[in-house]
Design a protein around this ligand. Structure first.
Ligand code: ZN
Ligand code: ZN
Length: 124
């Protein structure tokens, strides 16, 4: 087995290595890459989530201010229930015809029911 020829490290240009960077520089480069990736992901993720959250909060608040009673139990409405589970479908999610005022209790029990069976086929 022939050893690959050693060349100077790309970072310090001093230590010889068979790889791109020497053993001293490799961890530094890796750490820097990791940090950059993490910061990029953080920035992208949070701004996207923030935009989505504030738009949803604004729209749902305005909508609920006109529908103050839970559709299911008559208690004060606290959140919006999607009649057809949107499952990440943006069109269904934002479709006001698919919205129902709900209290948190009714909303979460409906979710649990839907996840436990196929749509409305199962009743409690
Ligand atoms: Zn080096
Ligand atoms: Zn309710």
């Amino acid at each position: 087995m022939a050893l690959s020829p050693k060349k100077p490290c790309l970072r310090c240009r001093k230590n010889l290595t068979t790889l791109t960077y020497c053993a001293t520089c490799m961890p530094i480069i890796e750490a820097r890459k990791k940090k950059e990736n993490k910061e990029y992901e953080k920035k992208r993720g949070s701004s996207r989530e923030r935009g989505y959250d504030s738009a949803w909060q604004k729209a749902s608040k305005a909508w609920l201010s006109k529908r103050k009673v839970c559709h299911y139990c008559g208690k004060p409405s606290e959140c919006i229930d999607h009649i057809i589970a949107h499952k990440g479908d943006k069109k269904l999610f934002w479709d006001k015809k698919n919205w129902r005022p709900s209290c948190i209790k009714c909303n979460s029990s409906k979710c649990a029911r839907e996840e436990g069976g196929f749509g409305n086929a199962r009743r409690i």
